[in-house]
Design a protein around this ligand. Structure first.
Ligand code: G3H
Ligand code: 13P
Ligand code: ZN
Length: 311
């Protein structure tokens, strides 16, 4: 099976009350860990690439690694641009083999966001590629851009219908209280999501797939592993799994996870090197890191996303 778009995946996920995991990929071991978990559990996957990932690993390397994962697993896998911030980067990914792109116009005003999103949709649809837009603004760090909690804003449900109708997007990322990175809530703060906004969006856009960014749970086991092995991470709080599970049964069809991959990989490598200070073969520490990613993704598939056996 070749790379797929998100269209059919989302139709099935919406009807089935589950979500697809969209995992950020930056190198071979991350791709292998995620897709080996997907294969064992027969789960559809979205592998997403940020501008930073393209800069780090090179567009062609990432496309070819993802194509290799498709051959090795036989799974329906979509290759998606995460947080495209211009028509040009979206076009470059569409021309370069991606099957899905995000145009993130959330930093623009409503009309400018519609204009750039519509332009991307026209080009993408002419090339058989699906498009995710964004309305509302998440807090946290994306690439080098740090959005403070004060500058973040919840999605206004009154705008979603007009945005979707005028742009023609295939899915929409909304802001309901999730945020990017490992520090989503302040120490002592109780994690909360605005399910009332999600419900309102769902009622205004029946059957339409919604996307949650910033949806890592910041798994304590890995934060502790980092700090037990020389790390200095301050208290890090993520999105509770039961909230993500609930969102997945609603209109949310795509749940974005990057920070949990980073934590699993870094925690495992720190632990390995602390326990084996004389080792210097990268394969020795990347192997358990890949296994940790596989285990973490398998946990998400079965306990959070609910997409086991849905490939
Ligand atoms: O939302 C951002 C993703 O975690 C990607 O992060 O831009 O540092 O690759 P990055
Ligand atoms: P996390 O930082 O919560 O993993 O979010 C990742 C994300 O939204 C990528 O677009
Ligand atoms: Zn994001």
């Amino acid at each position: 099976m070749p790379l797929v778009t998100t269209k059919e995946m989302f139709e099935k996920a919406y009807k089935g009350g589950y979500a697809i995991g969209a995992f950020n990929v930056n190198n071979m071991e991350i791709i292998q860990g995620i897709t080996e978990a997907g294969k064992e559990l027969n789960a559809p996957l979205i592998l997403q690439v940020s501008a930073g990932a393209r800069k780090y690993a090179n567009h062609t390397y990432l496309v070819k690694l993802v194509e290799a994962a498709v051959i090795e697993t036989g799974l329906p896998i979509a290759l998606h641009l995460d947080h495209g911030d211009s028509f040009e980067i979206c076009k470059s990914c569409i021309d370069g083999g991606f099957t899905s792109v995000m145009i993130d116009g959330s930093h623009y005003d409503f009309e400018e966001n519609i204009a750039v999103t519509k332009k991307v949709v026209e080009y993408a649809h002419a090339h058989g590629v699906t498009v995710e837009g964004e309305l509302g603004r998440l807090a946290g760090i994306e690439d080098a851009v740090n959005v403070s909690a004060e500058d973040a804003s919840y999605t206004n449900p009154a705008q979603v219908q007009e945005f979707v109708e005028r742009t023609g997007v295939d899915s929409l990322a909304i802001a309901i209280g999730t945020s990017h990175g490992a520090y989503k809530f302040k120490p002592g703060q109780k994690p909360q999501l605005r399910f009332d906004i999600l419900e309102e969006v769902e009622s205004r856009l029946p059957g339409f797939p919604i996307v949650l960014h910033g949806a890592s749970s910041v798994i304590p086991e890995y934060v502790e592993m980092i700090n037990a092995n020389g790390g200095r991470m301050p208290d890090a709080i993520g999105i509770p799994e039961d909230m993500l599970r609930k969102a997945a049964t609603m209109a949310v069809c795509k749940i974005n996870i990057d920070s949990d991959l980073r934590l699993a990989m870094t925690g495992t490598i720190r632990k390995y090197l602390a326990e084996n200070p004389a080792h210097f073969d990268p394969r020795q520490y990347l192997k358990p890191a890949r296994e940790a990613i596989k285990g973490m993704v398998a946990h998400k598939i079965t306990n959070v996303l609910g997409c086991e056996g849905k490939a």
